[in-house]
Design a binder for this molecule. Sequence first.
Ligand SMILES: Cc1cc2nc3c(=O)[nH]c(=O)nc-3n(C[C@H](O)[C@H](O)[C@H](O)COP(=O)(O)OP(=O)(O)OC[C@H]3O[C@@H](n4cnc5c(N)ncnc54)[C@H](O)[C@@H]3O)c2cc1C
Length: 260
Amino acid sequence: MNIAVCVKQIPDPATPGELDAESKTLKREGKLILDESDSYGVEMALQLADAAGGGEVTLVSMAPNNEVSGLRTALAMGAAKAILVSDEALVGSDSLSTAKVLAKAIERVGGIDLVLTATESTDGYSGTIPGQVAELLGWPSLTFAKHVEIADGKAKIQRQTEAGYDVVEASLPAVVSVTAGVVEPRYPSFKGIMAAKNKPVDEVKVADLGLTADQVGWAGARQKITNIEAAPAREAGEKVEDDGTAHERVVEFLEQLKVI
Ligand SMILES: Cc1cc2nc3c(=O)[nH]c(=O)nc-3n(C[C@H](O)[C@H](O)[C@H](O)COP(=O)(O)OP(=O)(O)OC[C@H]3O[C@@H](n4cnc5c(N)ncnc54)[C@H](O)[C@@H]3O)c2cc1C
């Protein structure tokens, strides 16, 4: 079974992100890393390929400046190869343009039975790409999977809900978005890190995918960021002195948050 995993390479969340005042978008200079959300998709793909008795796991990424650091991490985990779309024309791409690029890249790889994504990225977190990619490919979309099984040409998932989960299935090929915690991502071994250096990365431009520059980037964007504001400073929390009834205040507080 051949699986494509969409992996986003993002600025390191450990360093504070900076917005470009003019374009109002996140600055994406310097080294990018594998979005942790996508490490779950990579692990799930490796496990599903193993369980199916073979097949290749291919990474699909769109990123600026021919960035491959995050891809190398996922290749070191065990993915076989990657396709990277990097092109000046992509600057300013909104979600739909990004999905068009990813769908075309998946078609370029060819022979894919299953596409895995995270439910949302850690830097953009619009959560719109998985459904858009499925629609553009004309494939079924299964979302918020906390468990995935492949059998008899079908993907069967447990779809996370507030109350528990729904069991949903669709025929392959399909696009499945997986939640964080679905599996425990493996740490790349030293052997894996060395092997990743020589694994193939197909670096392509927008034109190689049959897309034109006016379909992507600022020219193709249908979304516009009209305003940005600094987030309000975090307020001090409430301190509850325990006179024997503190648990009541804690329960009341959690109820207000609708956590319980
Ligand atoms: C007007 C505008 C201009 C923008 N300009 C830029 C820009 O210049 N440069 C830039 O980098 N971003 C830019 N962005 C942000 C970019 O559009 C988003 O990062 C992209 O649309 C993905 O959205 P998301 O991260 O919210 O995806 P989500 O839907 O939250 O992502 C879900 C999953 O989809 C997959 N996925 C998402 N993006 C990628 C990707 N790039 N490669 C592989 N898999 C992916 C991953 O599996 C991810 O976990 C811009 C956005 C807007 C609205």
